[in-house]
Design a protein around this ligand. Structure first.
Ligand SMILES: [Fe+2]
Length: 271
């Protein structure tokens, strides 16, 4: 099933995209339009819809929050088709310069990103009359970058937020870095959170603060038990943390609650 839904946030339009071989997609991804500026490009499986949108309403610049294929999946096609600049961080540029491997579930749900050459985002860039300020916010991925638009109180947050209480991590996510990144964006003055999956038209800062609190509590509880020498599985049992078995199996273990626990343990100083 091809899923496309438009969301209206005043001057910003959200395009919610998803794809599934059967039934409704398990997960959808947002990309955003601010006039001719496109923030993230959606999944490759929805390329015809994204290219049609870019043809109907011309795009003159693309910003990428990170390299993951549900965000960067159509960047190469837009760049090639409309000859526009695609901007991202130096790490995003490095990652997208050559093909990178993805799991079968990622091929199935989103499709692969074609490698492409992107421009490294300058410290400040004025697009469509406003300044976009990149904020390096690693943790979900090493290259993760949010874009802050001070004059409108907007934060394009990619996958920094996702939800107040998250139930699983990818194997390469770092909880300690996420906590630092969430604290960093809380110093900015924004209200609208243009999340890559679950936007908050208002009170975006409260949503970020709630996620920070949740991750700090999680970190504290897991770290306390881990310092006693308790193993991952026993920590999960002691804290009544449940695995989402279907998701874990679908993703070959790359996405799980255990990864969240493991991420805390990995961040602790080694004895
Ligand atoms: Fe992501």
């Amino acid at each position: 099933m091809r899923f496309l839904k438009r969301h209206d946030f005043g001057e910003v339009r959200g395009l919610e995209l998803g794809w599934s071989p059967v039934g409704k997609p398990l997960m959808t991804t947002m990309c955003y339009r601010f006039g001719p500026v496109l923030i993230d490009t959606g999944l490759a499986h929805m390329r015809p819809e994204v290219l049609r949108m870019a043809k109907q309403n011309p795009v003159d610049a693309v910003l990428l929050t990170h390299y993951h294929e549900d965000h960067s999946g159509n960047a190469g096609a837009i760049k090639a088709g409309f000859n526009v600049a695609v901007y991202g961080s130096a790490q995003t540029a490095e990652k997208l310069a050559t093909p990178y491997g993805i799991y079968p579930y990622q091929h199935l749900v989103w499709g692969a990103t074609d490698s492409l050459k992107i421009d490294i985002f300058p410290e400040n860039l004025e697009l469509n009359g406003v300044r976009f300020i990149p904020v390096h916010t690693p943790g979900h991925s090493r290259d993760h970058t949010a874009y802050f638009v001070s004059e409108h109180g907007w934060l394009f947050s990619g996958d920094l937020f996702l939800s107040r209480r998250i139930k699983y991590f990818r194997a390469d996510e770092k909880i300690d870095e996420q906590i630092v990144s969430l604290k960093k964006v809380l110093t900015l003055d924004f209200d609208t959170l243009f999340c890559g999956h679950h936007p908050k038209a208002e009170n975006g800062k409260a949503a970020i603060a709630a996620k920070l609190q949740y991750l700090e509590d999680f970190y504290g509880k897991v770290a306390e038990l881990a310092r006693t020498g308790m193993a991952e599985s026993r920590i999960m049992g002691a804290l009544h943390l449940k695995e989402q078995t279907f998701i874990k199996l679908l993703c070959f273990g790359n996405v799980s609650m255990k990864n969240m626990v493991r991420s805390v343990i990995r961040s602790l100083p080694q004895k």
